[in-house]
Design a protein around this ligand. Structure first.
Ligand SMILES: Nc1ncnc2c1ncn2[C@@H]1O[C@H](COP(=O)(O)OP(=O)(O)OP(=O)(O)O)[C@@H](O)[C@H]1O
Ligand SMILES: [Mg+2]
Length: 503
């Protein structure tokens, strides 16, 4: 009994000796509200990025610390916050739900369901801002991520863990490339995450419809912060998507994440910064605009075997104005990523779709991971196309061309035909290899331009059904040796005869 008494005394002593200020710093008062920003007085212990809870249950994030007050941006614009309202520190940062059950769902960056499938079930909540894995925990990129798009897989290959920028003017097929890439991952054990930032709701609805139709939604998660969402939610959505991706990467899975698009993300952040009265810099963007994108994309990569060997491949999208690659945000992103795929409006209008400008596109690390078989047939193609483009400009002067130049022109035209690809039609690497093999060996030289693609596609399905063993062997070994080459040549010679015969 005596013991208990002393206990009580010590507790009372402790309570009395506690300075009242210490507790008061955990609670503050709203002194000003406007444009979704609250200035809160009294939270002198609060830290940058901390989650703040208001009296009415609304949450906000601290994005600015001042001497006398903190600026809190509201996460939810539907509940209003009034002056003199109490704001409490939570001692926590903003977290997003993660877990396997998120697959097939469409959610907002705060984790709210946007589909009709009911409550979002999750394992736990994970912070949206995380430090990227260090070099010790990474390994070089060594496996390719097939997009199913011939021009990309053969000429600008992407590796698992790479960051490849998709850049181009509006309506040049940027989103279509990413949708096709998601569709192509079917049965390949790759988790896809699509982050939509600042787009119309109709765009997301179209995406969900397409993925559902092709049964691709089951391995995809869509995070949607559309144009009507507050700027803060748009700003947070890529980080939220990345955190969900990291959950799967840490389990040893391969993840593909698409940020559509980071120009909108930069605009949302500019809006926030201007509201917070931060000094504007170039193009009115704040000084830390580079850092917000670099810290996001640094989180992509390939983990070491010790860490499970998972990977996070990022495909950020940037929209340019008038094909201007030297604007502020495009140049930043080009320098952060491991290469870019540049989509050109002129090519798109000429009917060359996907409208990839091969001269301006590059993949800085994917080549190492490219499938050996494809490397063998695609080796010289980029150079040949460059020669073709140069000659094409020259031939427009109407001068007579020698035979060798004419041959380069003819071959180039056929190469361009072969690289054209309609939407929602993706090819396995063996099919792509067959196309390029036909081109390289001159089987397409005598065909009319319009016949080139149908001939190649039909030949690929001919090999798939009649010469199944060759097809399967290339698919299995991922190599294309002398034996396969002569067998494929024989099959092509055979097919030319069949094709030329009128039915
Ligand atoms: N390979 C293709 N073949 C034929 N049409 C295509 C191809 N790729 C895209 N398109 C068409 O081009 C249009 C624009 O495509 P998409 O929406 O992907 O472009 P975007 O660059 O993402 O546009 P935005 O800048 O508006 O986001 C769509 O109507 C699409 O159907
Ligand atoms: Mg788009």
């Amino acid at each position: 009994m005596i013991e208990k008494e002393t206990d009580l005394i010590s507790i009372l002593e402790k309570a009395l000796s506690a300075k009242p200020q210490e507790k008061l710093t955990e609670v503050g008062t709203v002194i000003k509200v406007g444009d979704g920003i609250c200035k809160v007085y009294g939270l002198s212990n609060a830290v940058f990025g901390e989650l703040i809870e208001f009296e009415n249950g609304t949450f906000g994030i601290i994005l600015d610390l001042d001497e006398d007050y903190v600026s809190v941006i509201l996460l939810d614009s539907t509940h209003s916050v009034i002056e003199q309202e109490i704001a409490k520190r939570t001692g926590d940062v903003f977290r997003v739900p993660v877990g396997e059950k998120l697959l097939g769902r469409v959610i907002s960056p705060t984790g709210k369901p946007l589909d009709s499938l009911g409550k979002v079930e999750f394992e736990y909540r994970s912070p949206v801002e995380k430090i990227a894995p260090g070099i010790i925990h990474r390994q070089p990129i060594n496996e390719s991520l097939e997009t199913g798009i011939t021009v990309i897989d053969c000429l600008i290959p992407i590796g698992r863990g790479q960051r490849e920028l998709l850049i181009g003017d509006r309506s040049t097929g940027k989103t279509s490339i990413t949708i096709d890439t998601i569709l192509h991952q079917k049965g390949k054990d790759v988790i896809c995450i699509y982050v939509s930032i600042g787009h119309k709701q109709a765009n997301t609805a179209r995406l969900v419809y397409e993925l559902e139709k092709h049964k691709a939604l089951e391995y995809t998660i869509i995070i949607d912060a559309d144009a009507q969402e507050p700027a803060l939610n748009q700003f947070l959505s890529p980080y939220a998507g990345c955190t969900i991706g990291e959950y799967f990467m840490d389990k040893g899975k391969d993840v593909l994440i698409i940020y559509d698009d980071l120009s909108m993300h930069a605009i949302a952040y500019r809006e926030l910064s201007l509201l917070l009265r931060r000094p504007p810099g170039r193009e009115a963007y704040p000084g830390d605009i580079f850092y917000i994108h670099s810290r996001l994309l640094e989180r992509a990569g390939k983990l070491s075997e010790k860490k499970g060997g998972g990977s996070l491949t990022a495909l950020p999208i940037i929209q340019t104005q008038g094909n201007d690659l030297s604007a502020y945000i495009p140049t930043n992103l080009i320098s952060i990523t491991d290469g870019q795929i540049f989509l050109d409006t002129n090519l798109f209008n000429q009917g060359i779709r996907p409208a990839v400008d091969i001269g301006l596109s590059v993949s800085r690390v994917g080549g190492i991971a490219q499938t050996k078989a494809i490397k063998k047939v695609a080796g010289k193609l980029k150079l040949e196309l460059a020669q073709y483009n140069e000659l094409l400009a020259f031939s427009q002067f109407g001068s007579e061309l020698d035979k060798a130049s004419q041959k380069i022109l003819d071959r180039g035209k056929r190469a361009i035909e072969i690289l054209k690809q309609p939407e929602k039609e993706t090819y396995s690497f063996v099919e792509q290899l067959i196309f390029l093999f036909l081109l390289k060996e001159g089987f397409l030289d005598n065909l009319k331009l319009d016949d080139v693609k149908p001939f190649a596609v039909q030949f690929a399905s001919y090999v798939k059904s009649v010469y199944k063993d060759i097809y399967e062997e290339i698919l299995k070994t991922k190599d294309f040796d002398q034996k396969d080459e002569s067998a494929l040549k024989k099959a092509a010679e055979e097919f030319v005869l069949i094709y030329s015969k009128p039915f």
